[in-house]
Design a protein around this ligand. Structure first.
Ligand code: GDP
Ligand code: IMO
Ligand code: MG
Length: 431
């Protein structure tokens, strides 16, 4: 039995989907434990591309069951759309391979309206959210007025709860001239989708408990990345959930001592989509090249991702915060052809040196990165499946990263394809 947690160690889009899909070959159950359809995970299997947002990345494996845990926020309209899109690609989805927590919270259409209105109000200080209603849905959860999947049991109660949420948000929307009516047909549409969703539901903790008792392998799939975490990230430029490894248990219903390995997914450079501090952002030609070669466009919104060099201070912090045992280093092939590769090894703010990311946004914005330069490699590492076939300069780059972040690299990804992966240590066979 092994319980492996996968988390992003930067600002998301590290290639978690590819690695989770690859590892789920060994998993009996793959669990999403936070976030919602703000996530965008791309899998490429024998040239076939799958884009997932809400469904765990293990869904495309024939013998893997997936669970959407209680910590996830679910847009019912989106969920059905994603299920249908996958069915159209001949991926069978039924209650036999998809389980949805009955205590997960719902994203309602009003949450998307509030999300957009807040961004408009924030003007130049906007977060750059995905516009999916994630923040307002989590606010209602913490505010104890949220609607959960299990509320689909009783129509009257369900209607009352939705009315209550609309009343709550309409006070502010009215004040800014954006009041929204609660439409009867929306409630009916939701209720009808609810009936379909109910056929997939179970208590998340109970499912996990049963798999654990049976000695199964469970893979906990994090969305976003450590620096988008609402507590540990670049607040307020974060998402509204906890994205760190500790959330795996809270968002699914299992305690921390049950976990056997935490795998951090780390891009060989850095990207960020949306606003907020980004110390190693490179807006010169090099940054443009990283973006072009890495096809750095958001899966969810299509937005261009901001690009920059590897930031070892950031990743070292993520390793500490999530107690990461090993790193999967992705997109190494994107650095092909760079004569010189820069790594950030420290920060300077007003002539004072820092070896960690200070918490204040104001300070984060003033960071001057301290770089070390490394020689690039000739030729390409794209598609390499064996460490021995990497050029010496690429091996040196990996070694240097390991030293700086104080964590070993146990997996290297060299293309979007599932099989183009170098495995050095198997997280499911650890300890
Ligand atoms: P996630 O959100 O962490 O799952 O990452 P995304 O799927 O949003 O973004 C990662 C992108 O990089 C996707 O388009 C992947 O297909 C692609 N990708 C993953 N690993 C590699 C790799 O090693 N090399 C290259 N070139 N692309 C990769
Ligand atoms: P995956 O799982 C990258 C970012 C948004 C925005 C901030 C808040 O694909 O790595 P939200 O809609 O969550 O309120 O937006 O968080 N963001 C992501 N950036 N990858 C993601 O997910 C993200 N999910 C949210 O761009 O800056
Ligand atoms: Mg993504």
């Amino acid at each position: 039995m092994s319980n492996v947690i996968v988390v992003g160690t930067q600002w998301g889009d590290e290639g978690k989907g590819k690695i989770v899909d690859w590892l789920s070959d060994q998993a009996d159950l793959v669990v999403r434990f936070q976030g919602g359809h703000n996530a965008g995970h791309t899998l490429v299997i024998d040239g076939n591309v799958f884009k997932l947002s809400l469904l765990p990345s293990g869904i495309v494996r024939k013998d893997t069951v997936v669970l959407i845990g209680n910590g996830v926020v679910i847009d019912p309209f989106h969920l059905l759309k994603e299920i249908d899109e996958l069915k159209d690609k001949n991926i069978p989805i039924s209650p036999a391979n998809l389980i949805i927590s009955d205590s997960a919270f719902l994203i309602l259409p009003i949450h998307q309206i509030v999300d957009a209105a807040r961004e408009k109000q924030n003007g130049s200080k906007k977060i750059g959210t995905t516009g999916r209603g994630i923040g307002p849905a989590y606010e209602d959860k913490i505010g104890r007025r949220g609607v959960r999947v299990c509320d689909f049991f009783d129509k009257k109660e369900f209607e009352n709860k939705i009315q209550n949420i609309y009343d709550f948000h309409n006070i502010w929307l009215d004040a800014i001239g954006e009041k929204k009516e609660l439409k009867k047909n929306m409630i009916n549409d939701l209720w009808n989708i609810g009936k379909v969703i109910m056929s997939y539901t179970k208590p998340s903790w109970l499912v996990i408990n049963d798999y654990n008792k049976a000695g199964s392998n469970i893979l906990f799939e994090g969305a976003q990345g450590v620096f988008l975490d609402v507590d540990h990230g670049t607040y307020p430029y974060v998402t509204s959930s906890n994205t760190v490894a500790s959330q795996a248990g809270i968002g699914s219903g299992i305690g921390p001592t049950a976990m056997s390995y935490t795998l951090g997914i780390t891009k060989a450079y850095t990207t960020r989509v949306g606003s907020g501090p980004f110390p190693t952002e490179d807006i010169s030609n090099s940054g443009v090249m990283l973006g072009e070669r890495g096809h750095e466009f958001g899966t969810v919104t299509g937005r261009q991702r901001r690009c920059g060099w590897f930031d070892s201070i950031l990743v070292k912090q993520a390793v500490a915060i999530s107690n990461i045992d090993g790193i999967a280093l992705t997109k190494l092939d994107v650095l092909d052809g760079f004569k010189e590769i820069k790594i950030c090894v420290g920060y300077e703010i007003n002539s004072i040196k820092y070896n960690y990311l200070p918490s204040s946004s104001n300070q984060q914005n003033k960071i001057q990165p301290i770089y070390e330069k490394m020689k690039g490699w000739k030729g390409s590492v794209a598609g390499v499946k064996d460490m021995a076939d990497l050029p010496i300069e690429a091996k040196r780059y990996v070694k240097r990263i390991e030293k700086l972040i104080e964590c070993k690299v146990i997996l290297i990804s060299t293309s979007p394809e599932r099989s183009d992966t170098i495995l050095l240590e198997n997280p499911f066979q650890y300890k």
